[in-house]
Design a protein around this ligand. Structure first.
Ligand code: MGD
Ligand code: MGD
Ligand code: MO
Length: 763
């Protein structure tokens, strides 16, 4: 069996320059135009850029950051332009490609190479024992899936994964199909992403979503951005931070890395921005990986000691304050602060500075992303942040609240539509009633449990609506072996990726229309709807002609599959729904709360905002009916002598497992990705010379995992920490190393040691 290609010396020879201290500006504009020109051509690409995130246009297929009410004519960022170019490319992968390339050869190619080949254009089938994919008609593909599903003893022998690009309409039908079949096995990318936020927020405020709007950011006095790199991953957030800053907000950044975007932002949307830029961060706390629980716990202790809390709010709206306060009264202050200093790597003056900013701020917003969610103690960390906000009444009033910044453009909407292995009973009740069936009640498998079930032979049919399961999930070798144990693996995809070439006994690739493509079943153009990170639902209409008549929308694919599997006369009129998306939205309106007048409101410019009880009414639909304080004993990952804590991050030239290019401009890394960033003092102690190559070896109870051939880069990260790119390092993340409660892989804290390079000349 071929292993994931470790590196391609021709494509991966990193060059290191000085990191940048500012983001965006002219280079971002130049780069946007260049990638669009290269992939889509200026004639196809430029008109598309004018439609990104505009009313009547399409939602950027990149991140989930919301659009402001008054849109700029260029309401996209450099990385949005790359996402658009990647999808709207003119390059295609047709049947000739698969004739020319046996699957075994494709399995030796890098993910970057696979993605660069172009858009998938027709359904392809890999028969058992075959060496090549061959074209297959849609109906035959659906029948093949139906046959494998029918052969299962139990519908729970199938799992239906979703990545977060799928629009609401397809997502709703997809989860309905899984449940009509009889399973709640709906793992999704959220399980690896903001699941920890969802778990912590649902428990403490009663809803697993953020509580702020853009206006709240503009009105805040203090914005804390912890564990997030918006300059690369949510560049339009910098525009919002700049606006907040101009209105008087202060910004504190908590991160082991000094990320360029949070330093100075040169707004490409304005002449002044291009020329001068804005310094965003007022206070930078260079925290040790995993130190955030200790930091927020310390702030809470200090707030309690200073009695700088909103007693009235606490009395009226919260539960559990006494035990929370008692927990923070324990122990001796000096010893506690020493422990905090050790876990965070911060000096006392830094924490005091942040504390002073907190005391001066009437309204506070805390923003976060993967730097907080992908740790063993991620859920307690986020619960402690909620407590930090509750102490001063910073939830449910303008200018204040929690802001988990979502990743994929519709990952939040997919959850709202019921893509969730543990969806609440009230959702299942409504779904069953609307479609006249009894949905399965037993919770399904999430992402990590799906891998375990495939490994153990319990899940035999794996179906993915988008995404790149084997590359995005932890423990690459374990996951790839698990995938190979399946009887059938099916991927609904736009572009070729690793998950198409590491397959079950049989495999199907089903080519889907993307966000930018015109979707006109039966000749009538349809639009889809998506929900952004702040709960705003709006329409998205594709704008370019699909490159092949054989591509189908995700809605059509689910309907075709359901018809083949469930037969004619199913209680769900699949084809009827797929012919007119308004009919799907009518059904969603009757099942999912908050979608009253869905069809009318989806057509409003800018869409509509979903209700959020804590934000709108200070109502907290938790088990206690109040916002919950929780007790979170301080903990943090420890690397041990001779080891560092490795976090796995995104470069500026990738969208998750889709690699756009080999540069990470802001961090000064060019033409390669196999680099490991290490603090020079740690490097000296460990004998790691700048520019030398090494293997990364992760340590876990069941043994070591190795990722060979990484170039050492001396870099100003926090002491005791290292950073390298995902997905190359996923091989190091043990499957069983997960966050408590949320089961999210701990991709931001892996204990590694460094060993001599075992692949000095490449494979
Ligand atoms: N262009 C582009 N945009 C994207 C994506 C992409 O790949 N490319 N991915 C999308 C997706 S799905 C997501 S989820 C988001 C991800 O957005 P981010 O979460 O910003 O992405 P990461 O690269 O994982 O960066 C994590 C950040 O947290 C910091 N960090 C790591 N560990 C810790 C810690 O323990 N404490 C603190 N305080 N900080 C820490 C890292 O130094 C880094 O700055 O972006 C979305 N947008
Ligand atoms: N080590 C480590 N691992 C991580 C992370 C990390 O920080 N570190 N981050 C995690 C996070 S936050 C996430 S969200 C996951 C991401 O996990 P996934 O969502 O599974 O991965 P992506 O790379 O976003 O998926 C890209 C593929 O989606 C397909 N695609 C793109 N657009 C469409 C579309 O419109 N329709 C369909 N049907 N297919 C489409 C293309 O074929 C493309 O190859 O990875 C997780 N894994
Ligand atoms: Mo994500």
């Amino acid at each position: 069996m071929s292993k994931a290609p470790q590196h391609d010396p021709a494509q991966d020879a990193p060059e290191v320059r000085r990191p940048k201290h500012q983001a965006a500006g002219v280079p971002a504009v130049v780069n946007s135009l260049r990638v669009v020109g290269e992939q889509a051509g200026l004639r196809r690409g430029l008109p598309l850029l004018r439609e990104v995130n505009q009313t009547g246009g399409f939602d950027c297929p990149g991140c989930a950051w919301p659009e402001p009410g008054h849109r700029h004519p260029a309401e996209f960022c450099e990385n949005g332009a790359k996402a658009v170019a990647e999808e709207a490319t003119r390059r295609t992968v047709g049947r000739e490609f698969f004739t020319a390339h046996p699957v075994a050869d494709l399995a030796d190619k890098s993910g970057y190479w696979l993605g660069q080949q172009g858009r998938l254009t027709e359904p392809m089938y890999l028969a058992e024992g075959a060496t090549h994919y061959v074209p297959v008609p849609w109906d035959e593909a659906f029948n093949l899936i139906a046959t494998e599903l029918a052969a299962l003893d139990d519908p729970n022998g199938a799992a239906f994964y979703t990545s977060g690009r799928t629009g609401n309409e397809a997502a709703f039908l997809y989860q309905l199909f899984a449940r009509r079949l009889g399973t709640n096995n709906l793992p999704d990318c959220s399980n690896m992403c903001h699941e920890s936020s969802g778990s912590a927020l649902a428990e403490t405020i009663g809803i697993g979503k953020g509580s702020v709007t853009l206006d709240d950011l503009y009105q805040a006095d203090l914005i804390i951005v912890a564990g997030q790199n918006p300059g690369t991953n949510h560049p339009r957030m910098l525009t919002a931070l700049e606006k907040a800053k101009r209105a008087g907000a202060r910004i504190a950044t908590v991160n082991p890395l000094p990320e360029a975007g949070m330093q100075r932002f040169k707004n490409p949307q304005s002449v002044r921005g291009l020329a001068r830029g804005t310094d965003l961060t007022d206070l930078f706390l260079q925290i040790k990986v995993g130190g955030d629980l200790a930091l927020f716990s310390a702030l809470n202790r200090m707030l309690l000691r200073a009695n700088a809390i909103d007693r009235e709010f606490i009395e009226q709206y919260t539960h559990g304050f006494e035990s929370f306060a008692a927990h923070h009264a324990e122990g001796d202050d000096e010893a506690t602060m020493e422990d905090v200093a050790r876990r965070t790597g911060l000096v006392a003056e830094d924490i005091e500075r942040l504390f002073a900013m907190v005391l001066e701020a009437d309204k506070i917003v805390v923003c976060w992303a993967m730097g907080l969610t992908q740790h063993r103690h991620a859920v307690p960390t986020i619960r402690e942040i909620v407590a930090f906000l509750l102490l001063r009444g910073n939830i449910g009033r303008p200018g204040a609240g929690v802001c988990p910044v979502r990743g994929h453009s519709n990952v939040q909407g997919d959850r709202t539509m019921g893509i969730w292995e543990r969806v609440p009973d009230r959702f299942l009740d409504a779904l069953g009633e609307e479609f006249d069936f009894e949905p399965p009640r037993e919770h399904g498998l999430d992402t990590v449990d799906t891998i375990r079930a495939m490994r153990d032979g319990l899940v035999k049919v794996f179906f993915a609506m988008g995404g790149n399961f084997v590359a995005a999930t932890p423990d690459t070798e374990v996951t790839e072996d698990a995938m190979r144990r399946c009887r059938l693996t099916v991927h609904v995809s736009t572009k070729l990726n690793r998950s198409h070439v590491v397959t079950g006994a049989r495999a199907l690739i089903l080519p889907a229309l993307g966000r930018t493509d015109i979707d006109a079943p039966a000749g009538i153009e349809q639009f889809v709807t998506v929900e952004d990170s702040m709960g705003i639902v709006h329409a998205s209409r594709g704008r370019v002609a699909p490159l092949s008549p054989h591509m189908r929308s995700e809605v059509a694919i689910v309907a075709g599959l359901a018809r083949a599997v469930l037969g004619e006369g199913d209680t769900v009129p699949w084809e009827d729904l797929a012919a007119d998306y308004d009919r799907i939205r009518d059904r969603i309106e009757r099942v999912v709360p908050g979608f009253t007048d869905y069809n009318a409101r989806a057509r409003l410019p800018g869409g509509f905002t979903l209700p959020h009880a804590p934000r709108d009414e200070r109502v907290f639909p938790t088990a206690t009916g109040r916002a919950n304080f929780t007790v979170n004993p301080v903990t943090s990952p420890e690397a041990g002598p001779g080891r560092l804590l490795l976090q796995t991050i995104r470069s500026h030239d990738q969208f998750n497992t889709t690699i756009y290019g080999l540069d990470d401009r802001y961090r000064g890394i060019h033409q390669g990705r196999r680099v490991v960033l290490v603090n020079p003092y740690d490097a000296d102690e460990l004998g790691l010379a700048d520019g030398a190559y090494c293997d990364l070896v992760s340590e876990w109870a069941d043994g070591d995992r190795r990722a060979p051939h990484f170039k050492i880069v001396h870099y100003p990260t926090a002491r005791g920490c290292a950073a390298a790119y995902y997905p190359e390092t996923n091989v190091l993340v043990p499957l069983d190393s997960v966050a408590e409660t949320s089961n999210t892989p701990t991709s931001k804290s892996i204990v590694v040691r460094f060993e001599p390079d075992t692949a000095p000349t490449g494979p």
